[in-house]
Design a binder for this molecule. Sequence first.
Ligand code: SF4
Length: 276
Amino acid sequence: MMARALSADPPTLDRVSSPAYARPVPPRARRAAARGGSPFDPQETPLARTRRARRMARELALIHPDAHCELDFTNAFELLVATVLSAQTTDKMVNRVTPTLFAKYPDAQALAGADRAELEEILKPTGFFRAKATSVLGLAQALLERFGGEVPGRMADLVTLPGVGRKTANVVLGNAFDVPGLTVDTHFGRLVRRFGWTAEEDPVKVEAEIAELIPKRDWTMFSHRVIFHGRRVCHAKKAACGACGLAQWCPSYGIGPTDPEVATKLVKTPAASDTE
Ligand code: SF4
């Protein structure tokens, strides 16, 4: 009943910062505490876990109706380069340098022929700029030599590019090619483990397990929503449990402050989000 009433609320981030979510410790979290804090319950059946996961995924869609890729891009090439640049920095920082970068080097051919010193100067604010200059130069050259300067739209091809792993490939496939992809970044891995959906640490194994729980057509948007939740509510150090709309299904409820007032202060607004 409670979930249905809450689902009728306006779909804004206010849903997660409302004290209405203050409630006693959910039984699932009590059982997790009894297991020594492990959120993964080996006794939960695959069917029950799938149902719970899909219920939480629906709630995430209501909590974060505005979820989207937070890197700015206008085509697959820009998204691929921006994703490679986003390592060890925030999306916001990448978005600050990419307008200059793509104005000067709008495609693989231009980037492959870039003057290294000029490129490094543009990339400097993103940190590790020498390594990143090497990465994007190598990437542009590979695109030029092996794919006619175009970004390939297949996972098997994308992961052959230097510096491109499954995470980056899924970002590009999901957001530039409309091919569903699960983006297992640091937020995604942390959250699905906290949700008790998997006990795996390896991103490839996490991706495979979550692929069994969430319908394929939803993978891209689901990834955005989980990452939004990780950036705004379920932080690595101080999870805002007392202001979290997933509390009743989450075995990790209580790892962060449960007091609604304290927790609400931890919720980051989109503008204040670190978008790391
Ligand atoms: S904030 Fe707390 S209740 Fe919400 S998903 Fe994270 S650990 Fe679970």
